[in-house]
Unconditional design. Structure first.
Length: 365
């Protein structure tokens, strides 16, 4: 059962064995998926399936791939993975195929791991690196954060049709830009800069990749969203999608999904845990982006907040907790602060650090 999760493997698993990010890719995916099996269980979000079915279904039929479709609207939970595993085994599936956003990507991977089958992911937005990473964020069936499940295996393949990404609502791709840019800011976690002699080489390497991603997205991200608004599949949008999903996924996998996410992602977890209903409509990258104001302050880089806020504003992203449904009361802010303090991402016993964190949390108001 999926609750018997393996202990952390110290091996670095860089991501997917096969990756394609191209225009006009969907009609080719029958042959691609057939590499891994001729019977597949497809786990898809309803809107995501509508975005791909007209091209994907004929491609699967032509390649002789039989499939069972499961439209899923719930969270990525152990219970969901167990249920889908039973269906996969009953169907005789040889591979799990995910079609959708971050939660579906995570659920497809969790189902594959539970069923001891490989996973192919077909993201329909560039909102997160979840299609590529060797882990899944697991929730309760109601949507509260439960745990991060790190897998022993890589993903078989990630196929991203850039025409689908260009047709995606800008909210998701903009959130993906912020989720990717967050890695550089979060990896500093309490410091204004990082040095090789103070960090493991894998972490330092991942940080420099994250800095590269940050710089490119800061330069080209807004143009990519402008192209996205017009439904144009431009080189800029394709480049940004690649960075959001693939390169950021490599960064996460290089750190074994342990050091690429710090306070901003802890805030995301805390919001999902304690404000499950209040922030139900907010998506992953939106919450993480708001958390970056806390992270920047805690890093001693509060002078960067105004620039980040303006960058986000131009992509129509929420800027405060209140804008995602969380009243900024002292009680609510203290709840978030305590969640951070009790996480593995905060280890200081220095009262000055605690005071700095207390102030940092209030930067999200």
């Amino acid at each position: 059962m999926s609750s018997n999760q393996p202990k952390l493997d110290t091996a670095i698993k860089f991501g997917a064995g096969r990756v394609r990010a191209e225009q006009g890719l969907l009609p080719q995916l029958g042959e691609e998926i057939a590499r891994f099996g001729k019977k597949v269980l497809i786990v898809a979000g309803p809107r995501s399936w509508d975005a791909v079915k007209d091209q994907l279904e004929p491609a699967l039929k032509e390649a002789g791939v039989d499939y069972q479709l499961e439209i899923w609207t719930g969270w990525c939970s152990n219970e969901a993975a167990d249920e889908l595993t039973e269906k996969a085994h009953a169907f005789g599936a040889e591979e799990i195929v995910g079609v959708g956003g971050g939660k579906i990507m995570d659920l497809a991977k969790a189902t594959g791991e539970t069923a001891q089958l490989g996973t192919v992911n077909i993201p329909t937005s560039a909102s997160t690196c979840a299609p590529f990473t060797c882990m899944s964020v697991m929730y309760t069936p109601e949507g509260g954060k439960k745990t991060s499940w790190r897998f022993d295996h890589e993903i078989d393949a990630v196929y991203m049709d850039l025409d689908v990404i260009a047709a995606c609502p800008i909210r998701y791709n903009a959130a993906g830009i912020m989720d990717a840019m967050a890695k550089k800011i979060e990896m500093l976690n309490g410091r204004p800069e990082m040095h090789i002699d103070e960090n493991p080489i894998d972490v330092y390497t991942a940080f420099n990749m994250a800095a590269y991603v940050y710089d490119v997205l800061h330069t080209y991200g807004q143009q990519a969203i402008a192209d996205n608004r017009e439904g144009k599949c431009t080189k800029t949008l394709g480049d940004v999608a690649f960075l959001n999903v693939i390169t950021t996924g490599v960064i996460a996998n290089t750190t074994k999904s342990f050091r690429q996410s710090e306070l901003a992602h802890v805030i995301y977890d805390g919001v999902r845990t304690h404000f499950t209903h209040e922030a139900a409509d907010a998506i992953h990258g939106e919450i993480v982006a708001i958390g970056l104001f806390c992270q920047l302050y805690f890093n001693g880089l509060q002078e960067k907040e105004a620039e980040l806020r303006e960058f986000m504003r131009k992509m129509d992203l929420p800027l405060t907790l209140g804008e995602i449904g969380i009243e900024p009361t002292e009680e609510n802010l203290n709840t978030i602060e305590e969640y951070i303090v009790n996480s593995r991402h905060y280890n200081s016993t220095d009262p000055a650090d605690r005071q700095r964190l207390h102030e940092a949390v209030r930067e999200m108001v």
